[in-house]
Design a protein around this ligand. Structure first.
Ligand code: NAP
Length: 282
């Protein structure tokens, strides 16, 4: 069952996305998921996002809450869908999000949250047994991608994950789920799908009432490793040297990918996330 936790906005307030959003020029081969698609740098074009409405799947999570905040800051209308609904964050911006409660792995009622939405950003993912990881990273997102495409949502941004070489074997369900969702996205959203592949994401993560300052480790690692791209080519240990990225950088790039009509579709790796997040227009 879909439950609206708080709804300060009226859905009818938001019109559908401008026709310009369909005019995307970049083409990718949907079958090549393992070979990162080389994305072109997006031009710095500003399009007023007045009629845009973004649905963040998992907007109450670590990355999702930063994405909600970033999107609101850019004047976009924001809603979130997750199993538990409203975020526990007690900050003013949280009152401006429409919080839906629904499970992407259960019945279809959550699909109502897609009505009037112009872009979806999915932060749904997690860890557990291999079968659980496949379901939450793969099946749940595949359900969302299919439903969004059927509803006519123009753009879909998926927060995936970088390859970590040997770690992929230890977290098989996680990576197989991620790649299955990516394949679905590139197939359904050839012109409007963007996949972000961060490695470790640092920032302040809330676990209950405790705030974990992950940047204490992540920030210095990012500074060093972002300049060590060639080390990533080393066999076995290379992928482990993937630079961490900040949660604010991921949020900025995700919101831009969801709202900028000239942002190229395809896969954005860690270095792409760092590059886009450092651009002035972001
Ligand atoms: N954090 C990192 O370092 C990192 C690195 C690389 C990639 N990523 C990826 O980035 C994404 C976000 O990560 P995160 O750290 O923000 O994770 P998180 O805090 O655990 O957020 C996951 C979100 O998904 C929601 N969710 C889970 N199952 C759902 C379902 N069946 N239906 C609807 N909502 C569901 C959760 O809310 P409920 O529990 O209320 O449902 C939560 O809001 C994930 O896909 C993760 O794999 C994260």
């Amino acid at each position: 069952m879909l439950r609206v936790i708080k709804s300060p906005f009226s859905l009818s307030k938001f019109s559908s996305m401008a026709a310009a959003r369909n005019q995307r020029l970049f083409c990718t081969d949907p079958t090549k998921v393992d070979e990162p698609v080389k994305t072109e740098e997006a031009d710095t074009v500003h399009v007023p996002p007045l009629s845009e409405k973004i649905l963040v799947l998992g907007g109450n999570g670590f990355v999702g809450s930063h994405i909600c905040k970033e999107a609101l800051g850019r004047g976009l209308a924001v809603s979130s869908l997750s199993r538990t609904g409203r975020s526990t964050i007690q900050e003013p911006w949280a009152n401006n999000v429409i919080w839906y409660q629904g499970n992407l792995l259960s019945d279809d009622s959550w699909k109502d949250a897609l009505k009037g939405v112009t872009s979806v950003i999915s932060c749904v993912g997690g860890f557990g047994s291999n079968s659980y990881m496949y379901k939450i990273n793969g099946t749940a997102n595949i359900n969302a991608i299919r439903a969004a495409a059927e509803e006519g949502v123009k753009r879909f941004v998926y927060i995936s994950a970088a390859d970590f070489g040997v770690v992929n074997y230890l977290l098989q369900g996680y990576y197989e789920g991620k790649r299955a969702a990516e394949t679905e996205l590139l197939t359904r959203y050839t012109y409007g799908g963007v996949i972000l592949r961060p490695g470790f994401i640092h920032g302040t993560r809330r676990v209950g009432s405790v705030k974990l300052p992950l940047s204490v480790i992540g920030s210095p690692m990012e500074m060093v490793l972002q300049h060590a791209k060639p080390l990533g080519q080393l066999p076995l240990i290379g992928p482990l040297l993937t630079p961490p990225v900040s949660v604010t950088a991921v949020a900025k790039v995700a919101v831009r990918a969801a709202s900028d009509p000239v942002f190229p579709p395809g896969i954005v790796d860690v270095f792409g996330i760092l590059r886009y997040s450092q651009q002035k227009s972001v």
